[in-house]
Design a protein around this ligand. Structure first.
Ligand SMILES: Nc1ncnc2c1ncn2[C@@H]1O[C@H](COP(=O)(O)OP(=O)(O)O)[C@@H](O)[C@H]1O
Ligand SMILES: [Mg+2]
Length: 247
């Protein structure tokens, strides 16, 4: 469904007159099947979020192609309503002047549904992410971190996309809330059958929810491995992460 082929990305180094470029992603090729949860694990600065932005089509690779259902993701129509995203920073992801209801209306308007169906969907979405109907009228500042992230997740699934890019989506939530949101993501995937690209520096969270994980280091793929085989991972970086978890 998602096919990434030999993708490269670089950015201009700091300074207006600088001609030097920093290579952020090198020779990235992988696929993600329908309904699959693929983890993207790497330390800070390894290029994970850059990869996420390329997959969302909001930035273009220097070289290589990213196909979603056979079409380039840079084409707006190839991805509109079909690929969505949840980011780490849930506070800035929701407009502070929007109520939860208004925040959910925004993506739903893409679908031009009848008004009654829109209202039904809002009810259903709130229920599915575990928020009571009274949350409709709340503003972001009235929500806890976990609740705000649930709203962001509801927004991401609102159009029933085929793929969701989750960039450190649970990383700033604390322990038990993190686990609840991971369980929520898992159950939504069984309801809707979408694929997840689960970007994280947290190998434990990835192991909890993913089918396969891709280890990236300095912008390159070191290894792609199924979660069951994670104990046999070769990548030194991944081994270090795993040891930290076990100790
Ligand atoms: N828009 C940008 N302009 C210039 N450099 C960038 C930009 N975005 C990311 N980078 C650089 O690319 C590298 C990878 O960043 P990023 O993809 O955010 O990594 P990660 O999400 O794994 O922490 C970093 O060195 C970062 O400074
Ligand atoms: Mg990042």
């Amino acid at each position: 469904m998602l096919i990434v082929d030999r993708v490269e990305k670089s950015y201009k180094k700091d300074g207006i007159f600088s001609r030097e470029r920093q290579q952020v992603l090198r020779d990235i090729s992988f696929t993600c099947g329908q309904g699959e949860c693929l983890g993207v694990i790497g330390e800070s600065g390894s290029g994970k979020s850059t990869l996420g932005r390329l997959l969302l089509g909001i930035e273009k690779p220097d070289r290589g192609t990213i196909l979603f259902e056979g079409r380039r993701v840079e084409e707006r129509r190839a991805r509109l309503g079909k690929i969505s995203a949840v980011f780490q920073d849930y506070t800035s992801s929701i407009n502070p002047f929007y109520t939860v209801e208004e925040a959910l209306l925004e993506p739903l308007q893409l679908l031009s549904l009848p008004q009654r169906e829109v209202q039904n969907r809002i009810d259903r979405l709130l229920h599915q992410v575990g928020l009571a109907p009274s949350y409709r009228k709340k503003y972001p500042h009235e929500l806890s971190g976990g609740e705000a992230q649930r709203v962001c997740i509801a927004r991401a699934v609102a159009t029933e996309p085929k793929c969701i890019i989750l960039d450190e989506a649970v990383s700033s939530l604390d322990g038990s809330v993190q686990l609840q949101v991971l369980d929520l993501l898992h159950s939504l995937r069984t309801i809707y059958g979408m694929s997840y690209l689960f970007i994280t520096h947290d190998i434990q969270a990835a192991a909890y929810i993913c089918d396969r994980v891709m280890i990236i280091h300095s912008g390159q793929i070191e290894e792609i491995i199924s979660v069951e085989q994670l104990n046999d991972v070769q990548s030194l970086y991944a081994r270090k992460l795993l040891q930290r978890v076990i100790m």
